[in-house]
Design a protein around this ligand. Structure first.
Ligand code: MV4
Length: 449
């Protein structure tokens, strides 16, 4: 096992990793920018090191600063958390070249999934069902129109180097194709320095269902069911749950096995998420994320496993602490992401927390790096807390969410908490009848103003 783990991240996810390290008896190193000297992750780690100025680019995203921090502190492994350098294949290569262990997949698996065409080709070869569309990149408008004619409109044009919703354009007819195709290409070029695009049949009312997978890097793979993350605003998830309200046990077993077998075949190591669109009882692969996700706690809640501990174990060459047969779903879990943002515009609202009180009690978990008097810096993501509730079934989880939100106190800054109080008044949230467009449509109807 590792002698010391450096956490190349901040905020609640840095605390999450520090907690796993402490339970495993592994000393932790927090890195921080000058803006984060008083941050909770710095207070909680065994050792700390300042790696640069406030800007993320010069601190949490600085590869030389992080490698130097390992050399100075003697850390032998790096946990990247999510975001920042977690899916940067160049970083992983450099880490390995310095004989430091990256707690995550190989550089090869990261780059394979970072290129969305390669990811889809790989998925297809491994028997994962994909959205119908172009075989690889589409270079010319003529080709794009042919794909439109072959698959039927509407279609969606996506950047090969994109992902997470950046650089996508929908064309609802051949007349719209020229504009959509050329715009998608030029936006892809500007955003990613790569203008390659591919085309898929556009699904009009899908749910976002993602399968949590884990590989031991030695040919073993398991799945931990799905999360429904359909409630999103501008490609940012706001409410996630497991199990998915629309997914049956037999669907879960079938798609789960397909993903677990694929992970095993690939020799994948660590945590991963296979993202699908789900419509009319069918799963369609869109992307794979090669990191631990923000919403991993809902999966931890219903399976009773510590996913960060498992990441550390497999990175150290140990076996997973469970087999597929050990994994049984217990109840229902929901996570809401609480951001320091002013509604109804979701405008970032950094500032000083004059008072903070976390909810507690049965089935309540609060992952947050807030404390009384903490000053939220304006330089980073506005996520300040994740509230995760667990109940015996979905209605109990929803009631617990309502109760826990009522106990939560975050004074001094505006937060997205009122959004969740309002959501809990909605019938569709209680019946679970929502898709990827539900939240934005609901917000347009003005429930917060
Ligand atoms: C799609 C789609 C419909 N059809 N692909 C957006 C994020 C990126 N991961 C993929 N995305 C989509 N791909 C096809 N073929 C609709 C979306 C989409 C979406 C997906 C998941 C959650 C929220 C979304 C919001 C808008 C569009």
């Amino acid at each position: 096992m590792f002698d010391k783990i450096l956490i190349a991240n901040r905020g609640e996810i840095a605390l999450r990793v520090i907690r796993a390290c402490r339970e495993m008896g592994i000393p932790s190193v927090a890195v921080h920018s000058t803006a984060d000297s008083d941050a909770m992750h710095v207070r909680m780690a065994d050792e700390t090191i300042c790696i640069g100025p406030a800007s993320g680019a010069e601190s949490y995203l600085s590869i030389p600063a992080i490698i130097s921090a390992c050399e100075v502190t003697g850390a032998t492994a790096i946990h990247p958390g999510y975001g920042f350098l977690s899916e940067n294949q160049r970083f992983v290569q450099i880490v390995e070249d310095h004989d430091i262990t990256f707690i995550g997949p190989s550089a090869e698996h990261i780059s394979m999934m970072g290129d969305k065409i390669t990811a889809k080709e790989t998925a297809k070869e491994l028997g994962i069902p994909c959205v119908p569309g172009s075989a690889g990149g589409v270079a010319t408008l003529e080709e794009a129109k042919q794909i439109g004619a072959d698959f039927g409109y509407p279609v969606i044009i996506k950047a090969t180097a994109g992902g997470g919703g950046r650089g996508m354009k929908v064309a609802t007819s051949e007349a719209e194709m020229e504009r959509a195709f050329l715009t998608a290409r030029s936006e892809a070029k500007a955003a990613f320095g790569n203008d390659e695009v591919y085309i898929e049949k556009y699904l009009q009312k899908p749910r976002h269902i993602e399968i949590q997978v884990f590989g031991d890097g030695q040919g073993g793979g398991v799945h931990l069911g799905e999360r429904d993350c359909s409630l999103q605003r501008r490609h940012q998830k706001v409410f996630e749950e497991a199990p998915g309200p629309s997914i049956t046990a037999s669907e879960r077993a079938r798609i789960g096995k397909i993903c677990a077998d694929a992970i095993a075949q690939m020799g994948y190591r660590g945590a991963g998420t296979v993202e699908f669109l789900y419509e009319d009882g069918e799963f369609y692969f869109i992307e794979m994320n090669t990191r631990l996700q923000v919403e991993h706690p809902v999966t931890e809640a219903i399976f009773g496993v510590d996913l960060v501990r498992e990441q550390i174990r497999v990175a150290a060459g140990e076996k997973l602490s469970f087999t597929q047969d050990d994994l049984k779903i217990n109840g229902h879990a929901i996570e809401v992401r609480i951001n320091a943002e002013k509604l109804p515009e979701f405008r970032p609202s950094p500032g000083t927390i004059s008072h903070f009180h976390a909810p507690g009690g049965l089935g309540v978990r609060m992952d947050s790096a807030l404390y009384d008097g903490y000053r939220i810096p304006p330089y980073y993501d506005s996520l300040i807390a994740k509230l995760i509730v667990h109940g015996r079934d979905r209605p109990e989880a929803l009631a617990r969410l309502n109760r826990a939100l009522g106990e939560l106190i975050v004074d001094g800054v505006d937060t997205t908490v009122p959004l969740f109080h309002a959501l809990l008044q909605e019938k569709d949230i209680h019946t679970g009848e929502y898709n990827i467009h539900w939240l934005e449509k609901w917000l347009e109807s003005g429930p917060l103003s």
